[in-house]
Design a protein. Structure first.
Length: 222
């Protein structure tokens, strides 16, 4: 849970440092500008708040953990109008007009989500997307979300600070568990996350290192 807090704080701090010009740059999410990604983070923060106050039935067990929480597909992610939620996010982001308002909204809702996570009982069970899991597993799953989106945020902003080494190492392990196999030792954690989720194409040598593993890439997480 500490890593959830630190990775989320680092991502929000990076957004706070963005200039108006930065918001118009492409992000690491195909078809999204940085402003679209930040709007998505507002929605993510709302989801965290909603989930943490949605307790599971007292008599039930858990249906997923931090690994199986993720729904995985090998199909290329939908972009633009192919994905109604993604298209809505783009329209919402454009509606802000003043990026200071978007920054404020993320800081406001994001800070509330951070406080809710700190106050939550890690052993409590919550429900989201018709699944039940512990608070600890839910917040652990979100470390991968924050780390990937921190990489997305800084993909075309080379002067920005990226995710911490701890977040990257944790997220590499998380993605390998989701994949059911370890990536080559020659890959950095950033390589694993970007190539593994289809955000970057592997080089010829990296592709050769991947072939013996038989991994089906990209791993599109939903």
């Amino acid at each position: 849970m500490d890593l959830f807090s630190s990775s989320w704080a680092a991502l929000r701090a990076a957004v706070a440092d963005l200039t108006d010009k930065d918001f118009e740059q492409p992000s690491g999410c195909a078809g999204w500008l940085v402003r679209d990604l930040v709007c998505h983070l507002v929605i993510d923060a709302q989801d965290v708040l909603i989930t943490l106050v949605t307790p599971a039935d007292a008599d039930g067990g858990t249906t997923v953990d931090a690994t199986t929480y993720w729904q995985v597909s090998n199909d290329p992610p939908a972009v633009g109008d192919e994905d109604p939620l993604a298209a809505l996010t783009v329209r919402l982001a454009a509606a802000y007009e003043d990026m200071a308002l978007l920054k404020f909204h993320l800081d406001d809702v994001g800070s509330a989500a951070a406080r809710a996570a700190e106050l939550a009982d890690p052993t409590a069970r919550v429900t989201t997307q018709n699944q039940t899991l512990t608070v600890a597993d839910y917040l652990t799953a979100y470390v991968l979300e924050w780390t990937l989106h921190h990489l997305d945020l800084t993909a075309h902003l080379p002067g920005m600070t990226g995710p911490s080494p701890e977040s990257l190492a944790h997220s590499r392990t998380a993605l390998e568990r989701i994949a059911g196999a370890a990536f080559p030792a020659s890959f950095t954690a950033e390589d694993v996350l970007l190539i593994g989720t289809g955000r970057r194409r592997p080089t010829d040598s990296q592709r050769a290192d991947l072939e013996p593993l038989g991994l089906k890439l990209p791993l599109v997480l939903g």
